[in-house]
Design a protein around this ligand. Structure first.
Ligand SMILES: Cc1cc2nc3c(=O)[nH]c(=O)nc-3n(C[C@H](O)[C@H](O)[C@H](O)COP(=O)(O)OP(=O)(O)OC[C@H]3O[C@@H](n4cnc5c(N)ncnc54)[C@H](O)[C@@H]3O)c2cc1C
Length: 327
């Protein structure tokens, strides 16, 4: 059978659907409509109820399995589950999230299915070519597949999420899955610090760069984030210096974000950082160098020392919220 249709790989995070899945369904639905082909989804480690939601968000046919080996993400087991679905559905294109798990799975799938692979895809063209950032975001590469099956990871936030249409027609069935034993086992999971807002879906983000001067400098950034109800981000320079953990990094080799408000504190705005946040609706840059790229890119540029400016803003926010301000 000739491969046909688009298969979205829906990866759960600790039993919860990932927002990236809705973006994949949005992108997949548009592709399927343009090619007049079906949109499939496979849900490893999910439930019938979650499969129903995938239908309501655009999938025509969903295969799900709640097999216990898929409770935690395991490259080997998830590869087996997606391959089982691919055998049954015979899709031409397989879309995965551009997350660590998605990337890890994509390369295994490409080998198993003898498929072509493109990572971090940000655009599809009707001709079948895809576009992806290359060389640190300085160039856009156009990729043409020579293989009948194409595996792609899709850049986070590059496509709008599919909306839910209650009662939408489609089929959800349990995947027949009898996996071979895994050679690896997930022993434990450590959650991120409690109380932190996750960068991925945050509407407001306050990020610090080398300009914060050291780990203690992030106190000002956290104070502002707390006052605004925002997540804390960072540049790679701050992360590489060991001032803040990697999970906060925004940019090409960090997270891609699309908040309503992005406050860049002491971040110069190099292309690799901009690659992760330039789609923010509003950017506020606070920097002592008015000429730096972030100040040029920002909606509002504040030429100031963050250690002088941020406490004033935090005090003003607290005053307006009626929170007592320390003298
Ligand atoms: C392959 C590759 C991938 C990369 N991926 C990423 C990535 O994912 N994310 C990322 O961020 N970078 C990434 N980088 C690194 C990137 O090129 C820059 O080096 C980095 O973004 C710089 O971080 P920064 O803006 O914090 O530091 P700098 O460029 O050193 O800027 C510090 C800024 O702070 C300002 N400043 C200093 N003191 C103060 C003060 N008191 N108040 C206000 N402003 C002050 C300065 O004027 C300056 O503009 C990558 C690089 C490569 C080659």
């Amino acid at each position: 059978m000739n491969p046909q249709g688009i298969l979205v790989v829906a990866l759960n995070q600790r039993g919860q659907a990932s927002p990236a899945t809705w973006e994949l369904l949005g992108a997949g639905r548009a592709l399927a409509d343009a090619a007049k082909q079906p949109l499939f989804a496979v849900l490893p480690g999910g439930t019938a109820e979650q499969a129903r939601e995938l239908v309501e968000r655009g999938a025509d046919r969903v295969l799900w399995t709640a097999h216990p080996s898929l409770k935690e993400f395991n490259d080997e087991m998830h590869t087996q589950a997606v391959c089982a679905a691919a055998q049954q559905l015979s899709p031409a294109r397989i879309l995965l999230p551009g997350s660590v798990a998605g990337r890890s799975l994509a390369c295994r799938l490409a080998v198993k299915l003898q498929a072509g692979l493109a990572t971090d895809v940000s655009e599809f063209s009707p001709s079948g070519m895809v576009k992806r950032g290359a060389f640190g975001g300085n160039l856009t590469a156009e990729v043409e597949f020579k293989s009948p099956i194409q595996v792609m990871t899709v850049q986070a936030m590059a496509f709008p999420p599919a909306a839910r249409q209650a009662g939408r027609a489609g089929e959800a069935a349990e995947l027949a899955f009898a996996p071979a034993a895994a050679r690896t086992e997930v022993i434990s999971f450590s959650a991120e610090e409690a109380g932190e807002i996750d960068l991925g879906g945050a509407e407001r983000i306050v990020s610090g760069g080398r300009g914060v001067g050291g780990p203690d400098g992030f106190k000002a950034v956290r104070d502002l984030a707390h006052a605004l109800g925002a997540a804390v981000g960072a540049s790679r320079a701050a992360v590489d210096s060991g001032w803040i953990p990697y999970r906060h990094q925004v940019g090409l080799t960090g997270r891609t974000v699309r908040p309503k408000l992005y406050v860049a504190c002491g971040i110069s705005g190099q292309i690799q950082h901009l690659a992760g946040m330039s789609n923010a609706a509003n950017i506020v840059a606070i920097n002592t160098d008015p000429e730096c790229p972030m100040m040029q890119q920002a909606t509002i540029s504040v030429a100031a020392d963050i250690f002088e400016f941020i406490p004033l803003v935090v005090a003003e926010i607290k005053k307006r919220k009626g929170v007592p301000v320390a003298a």
